[in-house]
Design a protein around this ligand. Structure first.
Ligand SMILES: [Ca+2]
Ligand SMILES: [Ca+2]
Ligand SMILES: [Ca+2]
Ligand SMILES: [Ca+2]
Length: 707
């Protein structure tokens, strides 16, 4: 451009000379100084709003400039054209000024980038701490494990992330309620089914099976089936992806009428949405799903299998009470009796007793098959007391692991498990009733599950230890398998964990935060403080509705509990002694839908709270969280700040320097510590380099093993 202008100026001079015609040499006129073009600048950013620790790229192009200078939230001399990546670490509005200049003009532009914090903390620690302190004052024994602020604040999901959709339903049954019954869920053909069934204390044959179908938080259908009683829905999955949901019969309401707790069993067909009577009474207190014949179709083990006892008018005695339901298709099971060590059966009691006759028993069990052996862990285990030749000597009131030959179910080995946590660690424990002396003991061990919770390749054992006394307590006992030696590590492995809660009869394993490690969702009623009453404790506080994440090495921390789930109910009711308040409606049934979104379905009487009956009018709630749970602080995705895979619980638990720094207030959470110093120091952000993930991505259904 400049060159072109010069040439034009020269041509004008020549023309002027030609017009002179004089004798002297022409004198060139002085060239006029050209007016320089003004400086210009184009300045842009690729993002206007980001989360902290993310990068904004600034790009600029100048013209007619000899220098560029940055100011505001960046500084220094810049190239005339360029781009720069800036990692913005503070949550605020950043302003970037760029001024490009020549000798006689300049231009300045400003950009702004809004930087947000993704962190959202719960605001109810003080409230929660007050409840724990008030309850603890009443009791000699602990009310929970690791109830420190750091675990609550760093990982609890804030109440503000929950919301509920309400629907009216009608069901004319005053006994429609949760207790005593437990729940689970499955996802099937795009829908999520929340499954529950119960029996009613002191009432004969008053059970109801309840199934709520929802799709992405939208209520679709409610299926119910009045029955004599049951307490655990068992969704059995087949290798072809189909399901049948078995509701094994169980009605302890009959005990008040001096009858055994047998009740008809039934099965739900997910395609026809029909309940089908199995014509099979059971007293199924405790049971578990496993694959007995390793064919990919779920089978289950249960007690209460001896309904054909001739003393009850039946003709054939199968066994002492335990058995396996081998799944051969919809409502098609082979029933396989299973003896407890030292059981002695009597084929025909009409002919009198046989030597050593008698049955052992157990209230709960889980099983798995490996290398030709069937492993069964029994809770509230006891052996045949009449057997003078008892072969397997397990102390009274202790739980046991029994190893059978899988082909003939003969017993290979019996291993005594550590004493129930409460019996070993609590003071002044009492028996629930005399009949439990020497049998159940001072703990009621209501549920058992094998799971390799620390991902080291061997199966650990979880048992629910309850005590039904003044200090009503539910402990999830964690028994680690250390190369065949079983060790109680409960108190080291549970965090932010209330044990003054409902009876903990069931929990499910699913990967709620999508890191490949199975987490726990617990389910039970709102037993809470039992007979005790503590001023100002809201009723939902004692509900056994936890979601707890696994750090990848078998430690579990509660991230969600009843105070977050039940935000719509009246929290002011505190009367634990009023029978009316103990069980109306359906407690929150957890699910993880196919999009990995955590939801709860629950039912409450319409326009009345806590214990009333609204003439069949109920409100069905579907409570959802507004994001997918992940492994960062308070469940956020750590990728939001550029650290995918970071696990807040693992990091704080296993890196003491980080934990101390956060407790001291030097960093707002573990992730901030990691970004600031821990990463450079080589601190581990998760368990992945030290434990073996068996499945990278679980589906959203409950998992029964990690084989
Ligand atoms: Ca099977
Ligand atoms: Ca026990
Ligand atoms: Ca293990
Ligand atoms: Ca997980």
């Amino acid at each position: 451009m400049f060159r072109t202008i010069v040439i034009i100026l020269s041509a004008l001079s020549l023309a002027s000379c030609g017009g002179g015609g004089g004798s002297s040499e022409p004198t060139p006129a002085p060239a006029p100084v050209p007016a320089p073009a003004p400086t210009s600048l184009s300045f842009s950013t690729d993002v206007e709003e980001i989360y902290i620790h993310n990068i904004a790229t600034l790009t600029w192009t100048s013209a007619n400039a000899s220098s560029c200078e940055a100011s505001g939230d960046w500084e220094g001399s810049k190239e005339l054209n360029g781009s720069e990546q800036l990692t913005l670490r503070d949550a605020r509005e950043f302003t970037f000024n760029l001024k490009c200049s020549s000798s006689n003009s300049n231009v300045e532009q400003a950009l702004s980038v809004t930087v947000n914090s993704p962190y959202l903390y719960p605001d109810h620690w003080d409230e929660t701490q007050t409840y724990f302190n008030n309850v603890q004052e009443q009791f000699k024994n602990p009310v929970g494990f690791h109830l420190e602020e750091i675990w609550f604040k760093s990982l609890t999901i804030p109440k503000s992330r929950f919301s509920s959709a309400l629907s009216d339903i009608f069901l004319e049954d005053p006994e429609f309620r949760s207790d005593v019954g437990y729940d689970t869920w499955i996802n099937y053909k795009g829908s999520t089914y929340h499954l529950s069934c119960n029996w009613v204390p002191q009432k004969y044959g008053e059970g109801v099976a309840k199934i709520i179908e929802q799709e992405q938080g939208n209520f679709k259908n409610f299926y119910s089936y009045e029955n004599e009683g049951c307490n655990h829905p068992l969704p059995l999955k087949n290798s072809d992806g189909s399901y049948q949901v078995v509701f094994p019969g169980h009605d302890e309401g009959k005990l008040a009428f001096a009858e055994a707790p047998f009740a008809p069993s039934f099965v739900f067909n997910l395609d026809t949405k029909e309940f089908v009577d199995m014509k099979l009474p059971l007293g199924s207190h405790g049971q578990a799903i496993f694959d007995y014949d390793l064919d990919g179709d779920d089978d289950f083990i249960t007690n209460g299998f001896n309904h054909t006892d001739p003393e009850r008018g039946n003709t054939e005695l199968w066994n002492c009470g335990w058995g396996i339901f081998q799944n051969n298709g919809f409502n098609d099971f082979e029933l396989i009796p299973l003896n407890i060590p030292d059981d002695v059966l009597n084929p025909n009691r009409q002919n009198g007793f046989v030597e050593n006759e008698g049955c052992g028993g157990a209230m709960s069990a889980d099983a798995y098959v490996e290398d030709g052996l069937l492993y069964v862990a029994y809770g509230d285990f006891n052996q045949n007391r009449n057997n003078a030749d008892a072969k397997w000597l397990i102390e009274r009131e202790r739980n046991a692991l029994v190893i059978y030959n899988a082909n003939d179910l003969s017993i290979n080995e019996v291993i005594q498990l550590p004493a129930p946590y409460v019996e070993e660690n609590f003071v002044d424990l009492e028996y629930y009733e005399e009949a439990w002396i020497g049998n159940n003991g001072k703990s009621h061990d209501t549920h058992v599950q094998f799971m390799d919770i620390d991902y080291d390749g061997d199966k650990d054992i979880l048992i629910s230890n309850q005590s039904y006394w003044y200090e009503k307590t539910s402990v999830l006992q964690i028994i680690m398998n250390n190369e065949g030696v079983y060790v109680d590590e409960t108190s080291e492995r549970l965090f932010n964990w209330n044990i003054k809660s409902g009876g903990l009869h069931q929990w499910n394993f699913s990967d709620v935060n999508n890191d490949g490690y199975l987490d726990i969702s617990t389910t039970d009623g709102c037993g809470g403080l039992g007979a005790a009453s503590v001023e100002g404790i809201p009723r939902p506080w004692g509900c056994q509705k936890k979601v707890a994440v696994n750090d990848g090495t078998g430690h579990f921390l509660q991230i969600i509990g009843p105070m977050e789930i039940y935000q719509e109910v009246d929290n002011t009711g505190t009367d634990y002694t009023n029978e009316e308040l103990t069980g109306s409606g359906l407690g929150a049934v957890f699910s993880l839908d196919e999009d990995k979104r955590a939801r709860w379905a629950w039912i409450s009487p319409k326009d009345c709270n806590d214990g009333c009956y609204a003439d069949g009018n109920w409100v069905l709630y579907i409570t959802s969280i507004d994001f997918n749970l992940s492994t960062g602080p308070n469940g956020i995705d750590p990728a939001l700040v550029g650290e995918p895979g970071f696990n807040e619980f693992y990091y704080l638990l296993h890196n003491e320097s980080a934990q101390k720094a956060v407790i001291a207030g030097e960093y707002e959470n573990g992730l901030e510590h990691y970004i600031a110093t821990g990463k450079a120091e080589g601190l581990l952000p998760n368990a992945k380099s030290i434990s073996v993930i068996v499945v990278d991505t679980y589906d959203s259904n409950p998992q029964h093993s990690i084989n």
